[in-house]
Design a protein around this ligand. Structure first.
Ligand code: AMP
Ligand code: MG
Length: 350
């Protein structure tokens, strides 16, 4: 170890002297959120155009509100047989189904009718959404349309019951990261940070070889308040779900956008936010939503068990009491920032 260290130091100093180009950031709006790509290692103009095109293509396939999307066609044909879908749509539906089953349906890709009842998700933009608190009878009538997962066969998909609808809002943005990475690498970009809504993917490392550093938001703070700063190793995605991202207030109550499929109400699991760090960006996205519904105890039990998808991920769980659980894989390079705001931190080990 002692021998390697001076060598690494020399390399780092040398690369520091080389004229590395300034990072170039490009932002665009897609999938109802702001997306940004910051490329570090070369003039990324063409690559960034390709990345944006890749996301636009997926948006056109997976949007619920664009009438000609795969998801809209599938929803329109609910109860009346299969529709042809793009292979990328079929692959995403299969991934969503697997996450749904493994999470015990805490993540449910056919929760759309219930989300619509609350005014979450049905409109093209959150700014035009009309939120309301549905009657229990209304939810009871809609819940039977959930849980029955889309049937994917080859490049076709089907919903078995009329009135069912798929919404991939909890997985699509994460899934898009894979395509952005492919578009960037095809154009020679090997060092970039990709932010798609609440999902951040590290393509490679910083040009000096050190990992990218990302902030995790304080779920109770303003946009500039942070819970921690952490290293995001090459190829990993960090995905955060929190009730603070989308909510409305009615009769002095806060109702947020992550729904517990068990009763059709905003999840009350005792968590304020869940961050998942994983190799597969779609799974990071799907599981941050699922674990938010499942709660800290279940999330920790799954991680500690050493078996299943969650055990292969790193987690940051923030409870309503202000306790922050962080799994051991994130400890290196971690800087906690929320003590002043009253947070307490605990590293989970197994
Ligand atoms: P995320 O920000 O990734 O946690 O995704 C939240 C979005 O996923 C919401 O705005 C809904 O569109 C949708 N959603 C809410 N609850 C669930 C759930 N339990 N399973 C799947 N999707 C959900
Ligand atoms: Mg998600």
């Amino acid at each position: 170890m002692k021998r390697i260290f001076p060598l690494l130091l020399t390399v780092a100093l040398l690369s520091g002297c080389a004229s590395a180009p300034e990072p170039v950031l490009q932002s665009f709006f897609a999938m109802d959120t702001t997306m940004s790509v910051t490329a570090y290692d070369r003039d990324p103009t063409e690559a960034l155009v390709a990345a944006q095109q890749a996301v636009n293509r997926l948006d056109a396939l997976w949007s619920r509100t664009r009438a000609d999307s795969d998801v809209a066609k599938l929803n329109a044909a609910a109860g009346s047989g299969p529709v042809a879908v793009d292979p990328d749509t079929a692959a995403l539906l299969e991934k969503a189904n697997a996450a749904a089953l493994e999470s015990g349906m805490a993540f449910d890709p056919v929760l759309a009718p219930v989300m619509d009842a609350w005014g979450f998700g049905a409109t093209e933009s959150e700014t035009t959404a009309v939120h309301r608190v549905p009657e229990q009878a209304e939810l009871d009538a809609l819940l039977p349309l959930t849980r029955d997962l889309p049937v994917v066969e080859g490049d076709t998909a089907a919903l078995s019951l009329a009135g069912q609808a798929v919404d991939l809002g909890a997985i699509a943005k994460g899934a898009a990261a894979d395509y952005v990475v492919a578009a960037l690498t095809e154009h020679g970009v090997d060092s970039a940070i990709i932010a798609l809504g609440g999902n951040i993917t590290a393509l490679g490392t910083k040009p000096d070889g050190s990992p990218f550093r990302v902030y995790v938001r304080d779920p109770q703070g303003e946009g500039e308040d942070f819970l921690c700063l952490m290293s995001l190793r090459a190829g990993r995605t960090c995905s955060t779900s929190g009730g603070y991202e989308r909510y409305f207030e009615a009769d002095g109550q806060i109702y947020h956008h992550i729904i517990d499929p068990a009763d059709g109400y905003p999840a009350r699991s005792g968590l304020l936010s869940v961050t998942v760090v994983a190799e597969d960006p779609a799974l990071a996205d799907a599981w941050s939503t699922a674990l938010y519904v499942l709660g800290a105890e279940e999330a920790i039990a799954r991680w500690k068990s050493g078996e299943g998808t969650v055990a292969g991920m790193d987690l940051i769980l923030v409870t309503e009491e202000g306790h922050v659980y962080i799994t051991q894989g994130l400890e290196k390079g971690l800087e906690t920032l929320g003590e002043g705001a009253g947070y307490t931190y605990e590293i989970l080990r197994r």
